[in-house]
Design a protein. Sequence first.
Length: 133
Amino acid sequence: MCARVITAQTGAGGFDGAIRLALLGGLDIVVVDRLIARLRVLLASRRLVRVDLSGLGFIDCTGLRAIIDAVAAARRNRQPLEVSRPVSAPVKRVITFMNAASLLWPAEGEGARPALRVIDGIRSDGNRTRAAQ
């Protein structure tokens, strides 16, 4: 598997000026070091970095662990890093399997939390809406 990393600045048109780090393809033990190096460079800018996992077709535990560790380190160092929602279905399965959602998206009041997205009665956090129950 090979992950392609696309970095784009979202500054025009009223956006928040965040740096969007879009991951495409697969994120596994083979390419995780490249992701970590790229995140270090982007976080040094002290601007909000938003990691987009919606384009990943595969992620293993090593890839998710690297993202979780980067989020935790950024919080400790007061660096602006967040993981966008929604994520792709394969990423969601690994997040659910590892019970890692709370590590990626802090509870209300602890920091910025992207809005939930509802598709077919299931929210992006995996819970069903009342109407779908």
